[in-house]
Design a binder for this molecule. Structure first.
Ligand code: OOG
Ligand code: MG
Length: 258
């Protein structure tokens, strides 16, 4: 168990020092996915000891394209903490990052607790109070953003910051599969996509996460925020860059990096 604590310290130090580090599977080749989630769990508990709070869950690798790129057939999940949430339009300092990338997402805000192992997308929509446009800023602690599935799970799935737009809508008014979006970097369109890029349906991605959490007796709580997974590839940025994501029927969300 001491070894796992060493890996947690290694990753948290990299995050605090804003320094990219060699992936942990270079040293621990036989790390399993179950052990990787255990490291993630300990890393989150460490953050809680330091005064942070969980405010939700994020999904990753929800698109076929990303799964193929990594040679995997499953999505992954990590936890969102209160210090990751930034305000819409707020300038975010580059000095807080290692090598950040921005990606467009749809956020779900829960109206009820939900837990189980056979939860459907319909169940998710029934307990979702709002959906909202979101941008996730991912910032892997690993050199050049290169890692295995086990590495990225241990690293809490590259979480760094996220921004939620101010238009929150009940999901009953939105067709999440067909919703179209574009992402602009410095006023130029850099990616376009539709909700179905996320496991065919963003609500199906959230259902997957709940069922996965359910296997170990965990679930989502009322008020939790869930980032359902990137709709397009993530785009790198530097200080001075500005991003805006526009959804048909769901409004916009933006941030600038100072
Ligand atoms: C892992 C996190 C991916 C998403 O939405 O697919 C992710 C990574 O690519 O660094 O957040
Ligand atoms: Mg993401």
């Amino acid at each position: 168990m001491k070894l796992m604590q060493d890996m947690v310290d290694y990753l948290l130090t990299a995050e605090k020092d804003k320094r990219e580090v060699e992936k942990i599977t270079t040293t621990f080749r036989s790390l399993t996915i179950e052990e990787a989630y255990e490291i993630q769990q300990k890393l989150i508990e460490q953050k809680e000891k330091e005064g942070l709070h969980r405010i939700g869950v994020k999904l990753g690798l929800t698109s076929k394209a990303k799964q193929e790129m990594m040679g995997v057939h499953e999505a992954i999940y990590g936890y969102l903490m209160d210090d990751m949430l930034a305000t819409d339009g707020e300038p975010i300092p580059y000095s807080g990052f290692i090598h950040p990338k921005a990606e467009p997402e749809i956020a779900f805000i829960m109206d009820e607790d939900i837990q189980g192992t056979s939860i459907t997308p319909e169940d998710i929509l029934r307990v979702t109070k709002f959906v909202a446009p979101a941008i996730e800023i991912i910032d892997s602690r690993y050199l050049d953003f290169k890692f295995t599935l086990e590495d990225v799970v241990a690293d809490n799935c590259s979480t760094s910051k996220f921004i939620i737009g101010d238009r929150w809508v009940s999901p009953q008014f939105i067709n999440l599969k067909e919703i179209g979006m574009n992402m602009l970097k410095n006023s130029e369109v850099v990616t376009v996509g539709t909700g179905a890029a996320v496991l065919g349906d963003p609500a199906a991605a959230v259902a997957w996460a709940v069922n996965k959490l359910g296997e170990t007796g965990r679930g989502l709580k009322k008020g939790d925020i869930i980032l359902s997974g990137a709709i397009t590839e993530a785009i790198s940025f530097k200080s001075g860059d500005q991003f805006e994501v526009n959804f048909a029927d769901l409004g916009s969300v933006s941030f600038s990096c100072k």
